[in-house]
Design a protein around this ligand. Structure first.
Ligand SMILES: Nc1ncnc2c1ncn2[C@@H]1O[C@H](COP(=O)(O)OP(=O)(O)OP(=O)(O)O)[C@@H](O)[C@H]1O
Ligand SMILES: [Mg+2]
Length: 398
């Protein structure tokens, strides 16, 4: 006989005669029905899969009753619906069964077999509707999550653009007066003998002005839009030169530097100054993360960006303090810094991120607190002429 219903029902009853009767009735209604006369046998059937519904006799022989069997079924994580078929159960037992998750119950009355297929249909339909609803809800959750992520990216981009404009205007306003102050101080200092009581104070003013000039130059760098001078650049050479610049800083901090250039790294078409800026920021951050000394490893190798785009990957790894997951969320936001006041502007990584994205590359971070941090910059060998503008990408752990 061809089954009119695609579902398979497992009848669990220790009375083989009763079980066969139920089986026949269900088969006549178009179901596939199989029989198990002990709890173990029934569990074996369920484990073998393909069972959509269980008809469970309340009083199985042996030590367990239907509810104990049901608990075993749930304990193994099986989620098929169960209908309790009972000749004896009192109200309290039925309530207990329904609370435990049994879908329905049927009394073995005189004509119960007539109701059996209908009861099965009802429960199976109920379960199908519930599963569809759960799937729809899961879909909705995924969509909501996607929407939330997109909104956050847009918000970040808007904020970045806003900060960029603000930074540019402030920096331009500050640049000229700062240059004047700097020059004047230098002049006054040159004319002041070093044993003059005012000399120390003037020196402090000069240092502070220099720090302000540094901040302004960072702001200007950050707000500069578009690529300026693109040329063919040897990344390994740029890294070596940038390391030379920071050598004093590294030695002072007892940071050992190891450079590994994998042979066959192609030259890049990039803005050389911008690239140096990225490396300088990453090296400075790494050194700052290792106040008690450590190892800075730079690794350069050929790589690929999504879509098979030929690229070069630069990994900058330190053995420093590491970045907490909470810090990771804000890492590349402008003005996010954990350094003491006056030490960091919090623009270093925001600048890196902007430069890397302008070159259509990616910037990734991997960090373990107390172990160290690896920053990976992947840059395409040639800029893609079809892609324009800033690509938005939140900081992502590797
Ligand atoms: N290699 C690293 N190890 C641990 N923390 C890091 C590392 N790189 C960056 N950070 C964290 O990220 C923060 C932001 O870095 P970012 O370079 O943007 O700003 P900054 O170094 O604080 O200031 P600036 O670079 O503008 O002088 C740092 O203050 C630090 O907390
Ligand atoms: Mg920095």
């Amino acid at each position: 006989m061809t089954a009119a219903h695609p579902e398979t029902i497992l009848i669990v009853d220790d009375d083989a005669g009763v079980a066969r009767l139920q089986q026949r009735w269900l088969e006549m209604a178009g179901y596939t029905a199989i029989v198990a006369t002990t709890g173990d046998e029934a569990l074996a059937c369920v484990r073998a899969e393909g069972i959509d519904l269980l008809l469970l006799d309340f009083r199985l022989s042996g030590i367990e009753d239907g509810l104990e069997f049901y608990a075993r079924l749930q304990g193994e994580g099986h989620t098929q619906p169960v209908i309790l078929v009972t000749g004896y159960a009192d109200d309290a037992t039925i309530v207990r069964a329904l609370r435990a998750g049994v879908r329905d119950y049927i009394f073995k009355s005189v004509e119960y077999l007539d109701y059996l297929p209908e009861a099965c249909r009802r429960v199976l339909d109920q379960v199908r509707v519930e599963r569809e609803r759960e799937k729809a809800q899961a879909d909705l959750r995924t969509r909501t999550e996607e929407l939330r992520a997109t909104t956050q990216q847009l918000w970040q981009a808007a904020r970045l653009a806003g900060v960029g404009e603000l930074a540019a205007s402030i920096a331009h306003e500050l640049n000229n007066p700062l240059a004047t102050v700097s020059l004047r101080i230098e002049g006054v200092l040159a004319k002041t003998p070093s044993d003059d009581p005012r000399y120390k104070a003037l020196e402090i003013v000069q240092q502070e002005v220099e720090r302000m000039a540094g901040l302004v130059s960072n702001l200007l760098q950050f707000s500069r839009a578009g690529r300026d001078q693109v040329s063919t650049v040897d990344v390994c050479e740029e890294i070596t030169k940038t390391i030379e610049l920071t050598e004093h800083h590294m030695r002072e901090r007892r940071v050992r530097v190891e450079l590994t250039f994998v042979p066959g790294v192609p030259t890049l078409v990039v803005d050389r100054q911008h690239l140096r800026q990225v490396f300088l920021n990453l090296f400075t951050n790494a050194a700052d993360a290792m106040p008690g000394g450590g190892r800075l490893t730079v690794w350069v190798q050929p790589a690929q960006l999504p879509g098979g785009v030929p690229a070069v990957a630069i990994e900058v790894a330190d053995t420093g303090a590491g970045i907490t997951p909470e810090q990771m969320i804000h890492l590349t936001e402008p003005f996010f810094t954990t350094k003491e006041e006056g030490k960091g502007t919090g623009l270093g990584l925001a600048i890196c991120r902007r430069i890397v994205h302008q070159h259509h590359g990616t910037l990734e971070f991997e960090s373990t607190v107390g172990v160290g941090t690896t920053v990976r910059v992947t840059l395409p060998v040639r800029p893609d002429p079809n892609v324009t503008g800033l690509r938005i990408e939140p900081p992502s752990p590797l």
